[in-house]
Design a protein. Structure first.
Length: 138
């Protein structure tokens, strides 16, 4: 947000303060400059307060946060080995979040075995894991 007055108000307050100090204390110039200095200073604080208040409020409704483990599953199923690895990682993350936080990281050998399965066998293994997860939740 750009400040509406920029440096104008602080400079005006400083100049008015200097003129009020310089002028004869009994003169009307001193009183007028003191009033201008106080008014300009008050507007500076009001502007800062308004800007701070507006900065604390969201300008638009917050967007739904995307899950940190989101995966485009359709793309993953078509992507071969890397896609299968991302699906296995997703299932493991779901398992850890679903009440099994101590689930160890899969051994590379096990990942290689699962990724190398025939498509039907991979889907069957995936279905088994999801049924297992669902059984623990329900």
């Amino acid at each position: 947000m750009k400040r509406p007055f920029g440096w104008l108000l602080p400079v005006l307050a400083g100049i008015a303060t200097a003129l009020a100090i310089w002028a004869d204390p009994a003169s009307s110039l001193a009183l007028a400059m003191a009033v201008v200095a106080v008014a300009a200073g008050g507007l500076v604080f009001a502007e800062i307060g308004l800007r701070t208040w507006l900065a604390g409020r969201p300008s638009s409704p917050p967007a739904l946060r995307e899950a940190p483990f989101s995966v485009d599953l359709r793309f993953s199923f078509r992507s071969g080995r890397l896609g299968r690895e991302s699906i296995l990682t997703l299932v493991d993350q779901l398992d850890r979040r679903g009440g099994n936080p101590a689930l160890p990281v899969r051994a590379r050998k096990e990942v290689e075995h699962l990724v190398g399965l025939e498509p039907a066998a991979f889907r069957a293994e995936l279905s088994r894991r999801l049924d297992e997860l669902e059984g623990r939740v329900g």
